[in-house]
Write a protein that binds this ligand. Structure first.
Ligand code: MG
Length: 161
């Protein structure tokens, strides 16, 4: 038994001196506007995990209106989503993530993001792939208005369903 899920998230740039992406603090000329820490990478992965088991979306599990999630560490949200997945008898097979922005440049941070995400999800080091791309100056990411992330996951049944 396998299940697949996809996730997508966007946050706009606003005032600040760093962004949080994949659980890594990256210095930047702007921050990301969000109720939580604005970690689009973690949020897209959360939605992919939830979506794979038809468990709704991140907004349902961690509503903006709930003060418990203000400034939340998105890796904790991710660990919570993964616990839901395990509780339903599934393990992460693999995840593939694409981050889309013009700035900041992410190549130097990809490996650190993978370490942070695999630790939060408690999976093998090679189970999560992360790629970064620009959108060639097209659209909102191209104009430098924010950061987008896409995630796809494969879940594998670990039995006792
Ligand atoms: Mg988000």
């Amino acid at each position: 038994m396998i299940r697949i899920g996809q996730g997508y998230d966007v946050h706009a740039f606003g005032p600040g001196d760093h962004v949080m992406l994949g659980g890594v603090r990256i210095p930047h000329t702007h921050g990301l506007i969000a109720h939580s820490d604005g970690d689009v990478v973690a949020h897209a992965l959360c939605d992919a995990l939830l979506g794979a088991l038809a468990l709704g979306d991140i907004g349902r599990h961690f509503p903006d209106s709930d003060p418990r999630w203000k400034g939340a560490d998105s890796l904790q949200l991710l660990a919570h989503c993964m616990a839901l997945v395990r509780g339903r008898g599934y393990a992460l097979g693999n995840a593939d993530i694409t981050v889309i922005c013009e700035q900041p440049k992410l190549a130097a941070h990809i490996e650190a993001m993978r370490v942070r995400l695999t630790a939060a999800v408690e999976c093998d080091a090679d189970a999560i792939g992360i790629k970064a791309t620009t959108s060639e100056k097209l659209g909102f990411t191209g104009r430098g208005e924010g950061v987008a992330a896409l995630a796809v996951v494969l879940l594998q049944s670990i039995g006792n369903q």
